[in-house]
Design a protein around this ligand. Structure first.
Ligand code: EPS
Length: 386
């Protein structure tokens, strides 16, 4: 069913992260610079740790693009890990020399560590943490950049902001979404409420000095989506279900909301559903549904939120047991970020872009941007007077 398919590969301290995207039409304007903008955004944000000083992520496009346009063939993307230089012995794919002295045997609560070693019959937690690490999101953001470039061909734009961080909520000004995205871009915590930003930075500083970490909520919006993407007829074709899966697949995400989300459960129906008006086409004056009704886009901006838990690598020890001795210990100090919520916004934008691109390709098909545009315009004409 997926037309836009991709897989990622690579370890956090391995030589590189890679992705192959299959199912792209010919004629998408694409450059590494477009992808690198979001790769760089992902590395910013108040509360990131020292690893980000080492890495300066850039994407290489190694196939499927010629003279700045996709040619319909699979696109290969690579993001090199600069930190690899410091890990080439420990993480060598080929060396026969096994150095088990540095094995990690103390699983960190909240990580994939414990379940991962049990599942794959491993005795070094490193074999789990290297792949489960959120480092993988660097290449997913590059894949999302390709999806964003596809959507841009049809006037569909994706952006967002941090809605809450470390328990500090934001008041979002009543302004066009694109103005809010610009505000968020110039904020160190990617939010659009300057007084909340001061509080958030204070909370991050306090967490950092106390050896703790913070989570938060990110909100992504998509504008320019035609009505009718996704479908109500089958469970796995519902657009909201697919967006939820994509968002939940991001490391550390524990909850997803569409539109007013959980708040809809607390209000009477009269204060939830978006009334329908007609004036040169169908109009709504509210968007509590977040642009999705019956598993389909309804033409209003799509609005989704994702809740990120605090990063589980803590400088203040949490209790765990050593897997060799089963003796209790308090977790060793690891380098980590205090807060990666701003980064999670960029990743959330990426995975949402991928799902919208996929739904667009499903409905309007086509092997070229030209053909998809023709199909889309024909459909928009068809529903104009409905
Ligand atoms: C991460 C731990 C840290 C983060 C990393 C995710 O890495 P390290 O232990 O090497 O300092 O910096 O995030 C990234 C490298 C990234 O690019 O986002 C973890 O345990 O998930």
């Amino acid at each position: 069913m997926n037309i836009f398919r991709y897989l990622t590969a690579g370890e956090s301290h391995g030589p590189q992260l890679s992705a192959i995207i299959e199912g792209l039409p010919a004629g998408i304007h694409l450059s590494a610079e477009t992808l690198n903008r979001d790769l760089s955004r992902r590395q910013q944000g108040y509360g990131r740790g020292d690893r980000m000083k080492i890495e300066k992520d850039t994407a290489q496009i190694l196939s499927g693009v010629r003279w700045g346009e996709t040619i319909g063939a699979p696109v290969t993307l690579v993001v090199k890990n600069r930190d690899w230089e410091n890990w080439s012995e420990k993480m060598s794919p080929l060396s026969e020399h096994r150095d088990e002295s540095g094995a990690v045997t103390r699983p960190r609560p909240g990580h994939a560590d414990l379940s991962g070693v049990l599942k794959y019959h491993l005795d070094d937690v490193r074999n789990v943490l290297e792949r489960s690490s959120a480092r993988e999101t660097a290449v997913r953001v590059a894949v999302g950049g390709v999806a964003k470039a596809l959507l841009a061909e049809f006037g569909i734009k994706v952006g967002g902001f941090v809605a809450e961080l470390g328990g500090v909520p934001t008041t979002v000004p009543v302004e066009p979404l694109e103005t809010l995205w610009k505000r968020a871009e110039s904020s160190e915590t990617f939010c659009c409420d300057p007084s909340a930003e001061i509080e958030m930075k204070r909370a991050i500083d306090a967490a950092q000095s106390g050896g703790d970490t913070l989570g938060g909520v990110v909100e992504v919006q998509v504008v320019g989506v035609p009505p009718g993407l996704g479908s109500y007829v089958q469970w796995d074709r519902k657009l909201d279900a697919r967006l939820a899966m994509a968002l939940m697949s991001i490391q550390a995400i524990k909850g997803v909301e569409v539109g007013i989300g959980f708040d809809a459960a607390r209000r009477p129906g009269s204060r939830v559903h978006d009334e329908i008006f007609y004036q040169d086409g169908y109009r709504r004056i509210s968007n509590n549904a977040g642009g999705i009704e019956g598993g389909m886009s309804n033409g209003e901006p799509i609005v989704v939120r994702a809740a990120m838990k605090p990063i589980p690598t803590l400088y203040t020890p949490l209790r765990s047991v050593d897997m060799r001795t089963h003796e209790p210990f308090e977790a060793t100090v690891e380098r980590s970020d205090t807060c990666a919520v701003p980064a999670a916004l960029v990743v959330a934008e990426a995975v949402v872009s991928i799902e919208i691109a996929n739904a667009l390709l499903e409905k309007f098909g086509g092997d070229s941007v030209f053909e998809i545009r023709r199909n889309l315009e024909g459909y928009l004409d068809q529903i104009r007077n409905a």
